[in-house]
Unconditional design. Structure first.
Length: 397
């Protein structure tokens, strides 16, 4: 089918919930993507941080094929090897105690919300209101609960009232606001992104994160870290919290974990490793053998050598873009290959469209930023090809 045929089918049969860019993608190789007609794009999106080991990755495809020939699904009523090995790998590399496997980022964050409230309930032995503090400008998902957890009013339209109660939003970086929100004694956790991705690729100050960790310890609350976008090597360490010198009580992951297959989950510390017990939580497809096999291969490829290269390439991109000296570029920010380019004098969405017209797929974030989330395995040649297009677009402003 050609691009026009595919777009016509979408228009006729698919709910129109996405403001899609005008590009139909058929196949990929490394960090390059192609339309049915053969047009090439450099990809700085990796499916919004999902295709962590690039396109047409032979070892990843082989791991999926081999597992699909043996067992596609059996449910969590039975044991299988892939999820058990994946759990061992994740806990060993994260320093956490146990893992729960889910299917998406929002579902993973929902699981952490349940964990925090049950931990609070068991702490007091009786019900009491259990609020969760989240940060303004955050994004935690599109379910009713995670929408309310999200600290951006644009994600709280009246169309979906009533939202789930029990969330308080405070300004990032202000410990006084957190302390005030917790003064009534009815808070069970703080939930945060270490880099606010959808909010503009905004890293939190390390000193603030450490203060939050100490504050949660003092009140026996849980510190929940949403690493749906920052996790699985994106920032140059397996998880971003490993660069903040803290240990969360729970950390969620999704996006890049299975390299393109739907998978998510959350890891928990020793402190709350036994909080959720049989019957407390579940997911039919959680730990699916094919997704788990794909994730094992992804983690095998995200070794120390690749993590170092992710940090080097991220620094190279930020240094290069800043070095152009364009008035339209306010700043570059982020960690590893999670990069925000703050723009002035133009709308990021308009620039993204121009980049796509010139052969570069790129994302936006917040009100002022272009967002770069290339495959973690992107080569320097592919980076330079993408940056040349971005430079051309910015020069034309």
């Amino acid at each position: 089918m050609n691009s026009q045929n595919i777009k016509a089918l979408d228009s006729q049969h698919v709910m129109q919930t996405y403001a899609r860019f005008d590009a139909v993608i058929e196949r990929g190789e490394g960090a390059r993507l192609y339309t049915p007609e053969g047009r090439e794009y450099i990809d700085f999106t990796s499916g919004i941080g999902v295709n962590s080991v690039g396109y047409n990755n032979k070892k990843w495809a082989e791991a999926i094929y081999n597992q699909a020939q043996k067992l596609g699904h059996i449910s969590n009523l039975f044991y299988t090897e892939p999820y058990a090995r994946l759990a061992e790998t994740l806990t060993a590399r994260s320093g956490m105690k146990r893992v729960f496997f889910a299917n998406s980022g929002a579902e993973s964050n929902e699981g952490m919300i349940k964990l925090a409230r049950k931990y609070r309930y068991e702490l007091f032995g009786t019900y009491r209101t259990s609020n969760i503090i989240t940060l303004k400008n955050s994004f935690h998902g599109r379910t009713i609960a995670t929408l309310e957890a999200t600290g951006q009013e644009k994600f709280h339209p009246e169309d979906y009232f009533p939202y789930t109660n029990g969330f308080k939003h405070v300004q990032a970086g202000h410990m006084e606001a957190v302390e005030y929100a917790c003064a009534d004694g009815h808070t069970c956790a703080v939930l945060l992104e270490l880099i606010q991705g959808e909010g503009g690729v905004l890293p939190l100050p390390a000193s603030y994160v450490k203060e939050l960790r100490a504050f949660c310890d003092e009140l026996d609350m849980l510190l929940l870290v949403d690493e749906v976008q920052t996790g699985i090597g994106r920032t140059g360490t397996l998880f971003a919290y490993q660069q903040y010198d803290i240990m969360p009580d729970a950390v969620s992951f999704a996006k890049g974990i299975a390299g393109g297959l739907p998978m998510g989950g959350f890891l928990v510390s020793e402190k709350c490793g036994d909080t959720l017990r049989a019957g407390d939580h579940g997911a039919t497809f959680g730990g699916n053998p094919i997704a788990a096999a794909a994730a094992l291969e992804v983690l095998a490829q995200i070794d120390d050598s690749l993590l170092a290269k992710i940090s080097e390439n991220g620094e190279y991109i930020r240094r290069t873009v800043s070095g152009w000296g364009f008035p339209a570029v306010r700043e570059t920010r982020g960690l590893g290959l999670m990069i925000g380019v703050s723009i002035k004098g133009a709308q990021p969405k308009e620039l993204a469209v121009r980049c796509i017209e010139n052969g570069l797929l790129i994302l936006t974030a917040g009100s002022d930023a272009l967002r770069l989330l290339p495959p973690l395995t992107i080569t320097r040649e592919e980076i330079d090809a993408g940056l040349a297009i971005l430079k051309k677009v910015l020069e034309e402003l």
